[in-house]
Design a protein around this ligand. Structure first.
Ligand SMILES: [Zn+2]
Length: 330
């Protein structure tokens, strides 16, 4: 669960940075003879709205995962559950699906004594999703999911930038080894941490396509005070193929974030993956109550606000995605 804290970090400017560590889009798409981003370009080239998937975490809880247990372990102990969730989203029309690896970095896994198993857990997750995507046979994309490190970067916190890059590079290497089509960095609040994650990804794959979404849950900003405009400027400068928002307080707030991003940048590919409404705390668990029809209407509004990739975050299910797909791609 996310802590609701407002931390005021100095705004991070996209410049200056080492261009060798953050190659631009054109340069990257030439890397590996264009192979690394070919499948991504194929999916977005249609010009039609692209459906992402819905929640993984809340689906795992619904299947018996206990609060506090690391979801990534289920890639090994309950692969049929993880595959079944992926299959539900594929059947609902998802074209970009995320691996069950949100907390699969060594810092978060170390809370459970699993820091030595980053490669195994991430690579297995990629293989599970790949096998479902291939079985469905509709050319959907496998996105390697990278969530926050779990620590706050210095100087606000204690995690050194260089160590953060190493942590993300280790996870990205395992996802790439597992055969993902792209990397999706998500639920980020701190621009400096995003920068470290992108640098980590680029260290292991200069060419792979990259989606980055941040969580705008604090008066239109991230918990660390990043505005939608700052996010778009920085993430595109660092070479993200698509940027946007995920998680947060439900679609109404995210639609406004998408609008502001579109106003700030007319060209960037925008992504919206909202929670199923504002979370309500029931028995110390977050509950999300927006129904499929509500999320379908919200998906259409996201689309009209400028998002070309639309999906769901906490509380969304294959039923939500199916309703969203049929309205958005109608
Ligand atoms: Zn969420």
């Amino acid at each position: 669960m996310r802590t609701r804290r407002v931390l005021h970090s100095p705004s991070v400017e996209p410049e200056p940075f080492d261009p060798a560590a953050f190659p631009g889009l054109e340069e990257r798409r030439r890397a590996d003879g264009g192979a690394a981003s070919a499948r991504w370009l194929e999916v977005i080239a249609s010009g039609r709205p692209v459906m992402a998937d819905g929640a993984m975490g809340t689906m795992l809880f619904a299947n018996g995962l206990m609060f506090g247990d690391p979801p990534e372990v289920w890639n090994l102990s309950k692969p049929d559950v993880v595959r079944g969730i992926h299959r539900g989203y594929l059947d609902a029309g998802s074209q970009i699906l995320m691996t069950n690896t949100f907390g699969g970095n060594r810092m978060r896994l170390s809370l459970h004594g699993l820091q030595e198993r980053v490669a195994e857990l991430n690579q297995t997750a990629a293989i599970l999703l790949r096998s479902e995507v291939d079985a469905a046979g509709r050319g959907s994309l496998v996105a390697g999911d990278i969530g926050p490190s779990g620590a706050i970067l210095a100087p606000t916190g204690t995690l050194d930038y260089d160590e953060a890059v190493d942590i993300f590079a280790e996870q990205a290497a395992a996802l790439v080894a597992g055969g993902v089509d792209l990397i999706w960095i998500e639920t980020m609040s701190d621009l400096l941490e995003v920068k470290a994650a992108i640098e980590g990804v680029r260290r292991v794959s200069p060419g792979i396509a990259l989606i980055v979404t941040m969580t705008f849950d604090t008066r239109g900003h991230t918990m660390m005070g990043v505005s939608p405009e700052q996010a778009v400027a920085s993430l595109t400068a660092w070479g993200a193929d698509a940027v946007g928002g995920n998680c947060g307080n439900g679609p109404d707030e995210l639609i406004e974030v998408v609008r502001r991003m579109r106003a700030a940048d007319p060209d960037v590919i925008l992504v919206a993956k909202s929670n199923a409404g504002m979370p309500e705390l029931v028995d110390m668990r977050a509950v999300y109550r927006a129904d499929p029809e509500t999320m379908a209407a919200a998906a259409l509004a996201m689309r009209e606000a400028g998002a070309s990739i639309v999906g769901g975050c906490c509380g969304t299910t294959p039923a939500h995605l199916e309703a969203m797909t049929s309205l958005v791609r109608h």
